[in-house]
Design a protein around this ligand. Structure first.
Ligand SMILES: Nc1ncnc2c1ncn2[C@@H]1O[C@H](COP(=O)(O)OP(=O)(O)O)[C@@H](O)[C@H]1O
Ligand SMILES: [Mg+2]
Length: 395
């Protein structure tokens, strides 16, 4: 698929950006802090309707607008897909106490977020992807969650329900601990948790199994021929582990049993100790955990391989090429790896990439790309026509 037009209004430092994208790659250059990442984030948010970095959604709304009492950000895109044209609109309105209300329209019709997620496919590569390898399990769960969200609307619902169930359940565990509630009240919440947990764990385990060969082969293509393996490590009890390969229904029943057995420990801790909120993906290199052994450079290649695998997985599952967004990642690679990454990227319909200067990109990419300058939240085309070397202002 291809992003044809984009309008960004009051999104971070982008007050009002309107762009029409020609075919072929687009490169965005500009000094630090000008809005390059913000632009890619604005596009990516239309794929998953969550930020890839905001701790709270209010951060996505332009501060000056909030101060003036006009706390609304809006991103609109027109996309050409194999399934037909798509118009997406996301409005974020700041309400009382910093809560952000999101509303979504697909081809003009209001939709719920879980109905709109994944209509537009984008994959975002960032320099922070290193945390997929060396960061906490939360980063890897997020990777899986965002991937599955774009493929399976039911997964989005399960995830939303899981967070609600966990809140209720943890509250009740504390009540039981204080003698303010009876343990039997837990049964209902156990049932709810087991159902959502089993569904999510099942989906995640299948996905990691499919990603394994894609990550390994991307890692090889990008220049390292060593064996990389991915394993999904669910946080289950003994029964759950036995039922892991028996389907979501058997897994749910086993999970419920594990919760029953674990009741005393959970009550003492006042929190839920099992479930997908504690899972991880183990990434091994030559049979040992990658994070502890590989070099910083290898970590970078491995993180890149995870994103390449994500793109390929989406492409195969949805039968359409996702839009690739590369934020500051090309400049970090040596020349040989840049070339290999470019070969991979050329299999996708559209690539948008950022860097602080054009020299970060291979000359053949620059020659075939449209170039934009990003400065103080404005995005200006600098190449008069594709294929010509632009006159860039001296840095
Ligand atoms: N909600 C917001 N309102 C206004 N400005 C913001 C908001 N969030 C981030 N910014 C600004 O955006 C700028 C960073 O933009 P960014 O896209 O990360 O830059 P870069 O070009 O280096 O990728 C910073 O100057 C920051 O203050
Ligand atoms: Mg940036």
């Amino acid at each position: 698929m291809r992003l044809c037009r984009l309008q960004v209004y009051n999104f971070r430092n982008l007050a009002n950006v309107q762009l029409t994208f020609p075919e072929g790659p687009c490169l965005f250059v500009g000094d630090n802090g000008q809005g390059k990442t913000n632009l890619l984030e604005a596009i990516f948010v239309l794929s998953v309707f969550r930020s890839f970095r905001a701790d709270s959604e209010i951060q996505m709304v332009r501060r000056e607008a909030i101060e003036q009492g006009l706390g609304m950000a809006k991103v609109t895109a027109e996309i050409a897909r194999n399934l037909g044209p798509l118009r997406l609109e996301l409005a974020m309105v700041v309400r009382e106490e910093g809560h952000v209300g999101k509303s979504v329209k697909v081809n003009g019709a209001p939709k719920r977020i879980n109905e709109a997620v994944g209509a537009f496919l984008a994959v975002l590569f960032t320099a922070n992807d290193l945390e997929l390898i060396s960061g906490s399990p939360a980063a890897r769960r997020r990777y899986l969650d965002l991937l599955l969200s774009r493929l399976d609307p039911g997964y989005v619902l399960s995830r939303q329900r899981l967070s609600k169930v966990l809140l209720q359940r943890n509250y009740l565990l504390r009540q039981i601990k204080e003698g303010a509630a009876r343990p039997e009240e837990m049964e209902f919440w156990d049932q709810c948790l087991a159902q959502e947990a089993a569904r999510m764990i099942w989906a995640r385990a299948q996905t990691v199994a499919s990603l394994q060969s894609l990550v390994a082969s991307a890692y090889t293509t990008l220049g390292e021929g060593e064996d990389i393996e991915l394993h999904y490590v669910p946080k289950l009890g003994a029964a759950g582990n036995d039922a892991l390969h028996q389907g979501p229904d058997a897994l749910a029943e086993a999970f419920r049993l594990d919760l029953e057995r674990l009741r005393p420990q959970e009550t003492a801790a006042g929190m839920t100790l099992l479930g997908p909120q504690r899972d991880d993906i183990e990434i091994t290199w030559k049979g040992v955990p990658a994070a502890g052994y590989v070099s910083r450079g290898q970590e970078r290649i491995l993180a890149l391989a995870l994103r390449v695998a994500e793109a390929l997985y989406l492409k195969e599952a949805k039968g359409d090429s996702p839009l690739l967004l590369l934020d500051d990642v090309v400049s970090e690679l040596d020349v040989r790896r840049r070339k290999r990454l470019l070969d991979i990227l050329s299999r996708y319909e559209q690539v948008l990439a950022t860097a602080t200067d054009l020299q970060s990109f291979p000359p053949e990419l620059v020659a075939s790309s449209s170039i934009y300058m990003v400065s103080k939240g404005e995005v200006l085309p600098v190449s008069p026509a594709k294929g010509q070397q632009p006159d860039l202002p001296e840095p």
